[in-house]
Design a protein around this ligand. Structure first.
Ligand code: GDP
Ligand code: MG
Length: 162
């Protein structure tokens, strides 16, 4: 069975950007469910000989539901479907209430969780990641979906938890 990796995080942290960076142009699987929008949500990736399946939970939306309900729904999908969960946060905006809600849900699963702080675009911003230790998910990994930096380290962490 090919391991499933799920990306979770509040809107605008960069899930789709990271997803596209990790899987490139690989064909995604689009599935339709009533009341649920699924766009480019599933794809396959490969790192150091390890195949994996990636889910961008941000592309799975309930129709007409408030933000917090969407976020909880997406985190539940990750908890149910993934072997490894990558929580993304936004280092430029810092820690938010939504991040805390997601982290508190993820803390209840025994599945491996990797915390990545996106939008760490330059070395000076690497100091901003330390606040994210407060989420209780362990070491925050700085990444930049815009520049593609930190993603090799992130993938190393992901495949090490398979
Ligand atoms: P999502 O809602 O979590 O899927 O976030 P998106 O991938 O759609 O990204 C939201 C916005 O953040 C877009 O305007 C992206 O171009 C921008 N963005 C994504 N990654 C980075 C990054 O590493 N650095 C910066 N500065 N902007 C980013
Ligand atoms: Mg998105």
């Amino acid at each position: 069975e090919i391991p499933v990796v799920a990306l979770v995080g509040r809107p605008n942290v960069g899930k789709s950007t990271i997803f596209n960076r990790l899987v490139g142009d690989r064909v995604s699987i689009v599935e339709d469910f009533p009341g649920v929008t699924r766009d480019r949500v599933y794809a396959t990736g490969k790192w150091l000989g390890n195949d994996y399946r990636l889910i961008d939970t941000g592309g799975i939306e309930l129709d007409d539901q408030p933000l917090m309900k969407q976020i909880r729904y997406q985190a539940e999908i990750a908890i149910d479907e993934a072997d490894v969960i990558v929580m993304l946060a936004n280092g430029q905006e810092g820690l938010t209430r939504e991040d805390e809600v997601i982290a508190s849900m993820l803390l209840k699963t025994d599945k491996p969780i990797i915390l990545a702080v996106n939008k760490t675009d330059n070395p000076e911003q690497r100091m901003d990641i330390f606040d994210f230790y407060a989420l209780g998910l362990g070491e925050p990994h700085p990444v930049s979906g815009a520049h593609g930096t930190g993603l090799g380290d992130l993938l190393d962490q992901i495949v090490a938890s398979f």
